[in-house]
Design a protein around this ligand. Structure first.
Ligand SMILES: [Zn+2]
Ligand SMILES: [Zn+2]
Length: 240
């Protein structure tokens, strides 16, 4: 949005932070205030070298989950740690929930900018958003992973393959399920719609939050089977 239009919009509809409701200055380019953004820090090392989960000090380079069931993706990175309630919801969790459940699409621009700022992969990557099932897409009206991938792609000059991966089966909601149940729940849920798009490419799979990594693993498996060279996962949030 041009600067003058932002000023006009902010004079008519004064904007406030989507997390803490603090008023945002006239012409403020983001949907979150500087204080809330400052709390969105990258997860602290030591982290699992594969899935990026924070590890206790004494642990090895891989977490137990990645040792027992190595995922099909090579690495997973997140812009910040995601602490949902009741663990003391972080500003990031409130922002992600505003995007997904209050349909505040504008938040995707700010979180996408955060992703771009901390983007750790090369210039040859193809961004692939984790797809939503068509039913969920109709309900929500948009796929938050696609909005984030587009915002990241615009800022880093990376292409987005929005239809490369499809969800062909609805899955039960993931929260509350243990890792083996999540894997069962996700088996055959994804498919590659256009193998030529992903063949021999370095794929960066984009999503809002990585929890156990089961969804990302299921996506990575079908992408590898379709000929992708390497899959890295990049999310806004990482559940501890
Ligand atoms: Zn705020
Ligand atoms: Zn791991």
């Amino acid at each position: 949005m041009p600067y003058w239009l932002r000023i006009l919009r902010d004079c008519v509809f004064p904007a406030s932070c989507e997390v803490c409701d603090a008023p945002l200055g006239v012409g403020h380019p983001a949907s979150l205030c500087a204080q809330c953004l400052k709390t969105m820090r990258p997860p602290c090392p030591p982290l699992c070298g594969v899935c990026g989960v924070p590890l206790p000090r004494a642990a090895g380079i891989r977490c137990a989950g990645c040792t027992l069931h190595p995922p099909a993706f090579t690495t997973a990175h997140a812009a910040a740690l995601y602490l949902p309630a009741p663990a003391g919801a972080s500003a990031l969790a409130v922002a992600v929930q505003a995007l997904k459940y209050r349909r505040r699409r504008i938040v995707a621009q700010t979180l996408g900018a955060l992703l771009a700022e901390r983007y750790p992969y090369g210039r040859d990557a193809l961004l692939v958003p984790v797809p939503l099932h068509p039913h969920r897409l109709r309900e929500r009206g948009f796929n938050q992973a696609l909005l984030l991938a587009r915002a990241l792609g615009r800022r880093r000059g990376l292409p987005v393959a929005s239809r490369a991966l499809v969800r062909r089966r609805a899955t039960r909601a993931q929260p509350g399920l243990a890792a083996p149940e999540r894997r069962r729940n996700l088996r055959d849920a994804f498919a590659v719609a256009s193998p030529a798009t992903v063949q021999s490419r370095h794929i960066v799979l984009v999503d809002d939050v990585l929890t156990t990594g089961a969804t990302a693993d299921a996506c990575a498996r079908v992408l590898v089977a379709a000929g992708a060279k390497r899959i890295d996962v990049y999310t806004v949030g990482r559940a501890p």
